[in-house]
Ligand binder design. Structure first.
Ligand code: SME
Length: 159
C-alpha cells in the first residue's frame, strides 16, 4: 500500500485510532524492513493526530538511540532510567505524563513539549524500543492512547 491515508476529521480519539489501525496494518503488511515500518508508523500517527513529535528510540548497546521519527530534531541517546523514555524502558511499562515539568528527570529535547506518552515495544519479553509521543499542550494523553498505542506497537515485527 502506498496511497494517501484516510484521515478522519473526527475529534473522537477512539474513532481516530480505529480508522487508522487497519491502515497501519495495511502499510506493514508484507514488509519485513524494520526501519521502513517504524518510519511509516511514525508518519501515519503524525498525520492523523498532528502531535508535536512522534518517534521511536531503539535499544542498542544498553542505550536508547533515536530511530525513525516525525517532528523537530531530537536528543539522540538516552540512558536506562533517564527521562520519560528511559523510565518507560526500565519499568517496561507505558508512562503517561500530563505535565513534563512535573516529571523528575524529564529530558527536554524541545522546550515546546508539554505532555508526553512513552510506550515500550517488546520482543521475546524484552523491551527493544520505545514509542515516544510529545504534545505542545498539557494533559493530551490518557488510557485510551495507552491502549491503542500498545496495540499499534504490537504490529511491529522486531524479529
Ligand atoms: N522527553 C523525552 C526525550 C525524548 S524527546 O521528547 C523526543 C524524555 O524525557 O525521555
Amino acid at each position: 500500500m502506498a496511497e494517501d491515508l484516510n484521515i478522519t476529521t473526527s475529534t473522537d480519539k477512539t474513532e481516530q485510532y480505529t480508522t487508522l489501525i487497519p491502515q497501519i496494518e495495511a502499510l506493514l503488511y508484507g514488509e519485513p524492513d524494520l526501519v521502513a515500518n517504524l518510519a511509516n508508523v511514525a508518519a501515519a500517527l503524525k498525520e492523523q493526530f498532528k502531535w508535536f513529535w512522534v518517534g521511536f528510540y531503539l535499544v542498542k548497546n544498553n542505550e536508547l538511540v533515536l530511530g525513525p521519527f516525525q517532528g523537530p530534531v531530537a536528543c539522540t541517546r538516552i540512558g536506562l532510567g533517564k527521562g520519560v523514555c528511559g523510565a518507560a524502558w526500565q519499568q517496561a511499562k507505558t508512562l503517561v505524563v500530563p505535565d513534563v515539568e512535573a516529571f523528575p528527570g524529564h529530558i527536554a529535547c524541545s522546550s515546546l513539549s508539554q505532555s508526553e506518552i512513552v510506550v515500550p515495544v517488546f520482543h521475546n519479553g524484552e523491551v527493544v524500543a520505545v514509542l515516544d509521543v510529545d504534545s505542545e499542550l498539557l494533559d493530551q494523553f490518557d488510557e485510551t492512547d495507552a491502549q491503542y498505542l500498545e496495540q499499534i506497537v504490537k504490529l511491529l515485527n522486531f524479529a
